[in-house]
Design a binder for this molecule. Structure first.
Ligand code: NAP
Length: 293
């Protein structure tokens, strides 16, 4: 099966399991090239976000994957992916390609690869970098690992949802380990921005001056600007939630503990996210690190 020519792909089907902040735009962008079915734990959300784009929404994961030659998972974490794929098992077709986009960490990726092997699926470990806006624009960065054999099929999916694919290894799992390194950077940048603004305010200086000094200089970035803007305008509309940030930090702490290194910044940042969640900000954007101050 090769899907590089969208016209030739015709009625063939891609199933998307999970239509959250990333999953919904992924399904919509795939729909521009393929027939797409979808399932979400809360069906009403999928009906609201992806049905209008022509994605067929099913109440059962097994029905959504029935007849699909590619399955894309975009769920919260490893247990959610395993539970959903187990529920989908009666509908799975042996030989189908499974593109696993969720951030699940190293250990869970091994478990999912085992599930794929037992069920005759071709598994691609493919976590993404980029948040709500890049997902909507089809500009995610995909880190991918998996066998050479079906890469053209996986790449057809990545081309529909992303601007760039970094192939990490033929061994599934390597991409998720790379993703953990990026998780640590994203959290550190977020906390650094939040604390810098908080420090300025606490010390009696206008925090907007922090942004003024950084803008256009070597410390500047689109990421810094977006998190600083969220904090200064008190608009924590979620691109990536505090709750999911806790999940990601825990994955880093777990994997690095096994690797025998200390990740002091990530560990401190985890506590900061947990404090923000305890204060009722778990569903807000990770910029709510500021609210843990
Ligand atoms: N947002 C980002 O910036 C970003 C960037 C890179 C990677 N990611 C990763 O992409 C994945 C999805 O993130 P997101 O931001 O789209 O999260 P989200 O908006 O919170 O969506 C999470 C999805 O997982 C589903 N879910 C949660 N627990 C479940 C369970 N136990 N069983 C079945 N489904 C369950 C949710 O269903 P309901 O709708 O029913 O709650 C929803 O579809 C995560 O692994 C995240 O780390 C996100």
């Amino acid at each position: 099966m090769v899907m590089t020519d969208p016209e030739a792909f015709g009625g063939r089907k891609v199933a998307v399991l999970g239509t959250g902040i990333i999953g919904a735009p992924v399904a919509k962008n795939l729909r521009k090239r393929f027939a797409v079915s979808a399932w979400n734990r809360t069906p009403a959300k999928a009906e609201q976000t992806v049905s209008p784009a022509g994605v067929e929404v099913f109440d059962a994961a097994a029905d959504a994957v029935a007849g699909a030659e590619v399955i894309v998972t975009v769920l919260k974490d490893g247990p959610a992916v395993l539970e959903t794929m187990t529920a989908a098992t009666p509908g799975l077709t042996r030989g189908a390609v499974w593109v696993q986009l969720s951030t699940v960490g190293a250990t869970a990726t091994e478990e999912l690869a085992g599930f794929a092997e037992r069920n005759g699926l071709i598994f691609y470990d493919a976590p993404v970098q980029g948040t709500r806006q890049p997902a909507e624009n089809g500009r995610l960065l995909v880190m991918a690992s998996g066998p050479e054999s079906h890469r053209r099929d996986a790449q057809a999916v990545f081309d529909a949802i992303g601007g760039r694919t970094v192939w990490v290894s033929a061994q599934a799992g390597a991409a998720s380990r790379l993703k953990l390194a990026l998780n640590a950077l994203v959290a550190a940048l977020t906390h650094g921005t939040a604390e810098s603004l908080l420090i300025a305010e606490a010390l009696g200086v206008d925090p907007r001056l922090v942004v003024d000094v950084v803008t256009g200089g070597p410390l500047d970035s689109a990421f810094f600007q977006s998190k600083a803007s969220a904090i200064l305008t008190d608009d924590y509309s979620t691109s990536f939630s505090v709750t999911n940030s806790i999940k990601d930090a825990l994955l880093v702490v777990e994997a690095t503990g096994q690797a025998g290194i200390d990740v002091d910044v990530t560990a401190a940042g985890l506590e900061r996210f947990r404090r923000a969640a305890r204060r009722g900000h778990g569903d807000k954007d990770m910029a709510a690190s500021y609210l843990a101050g």
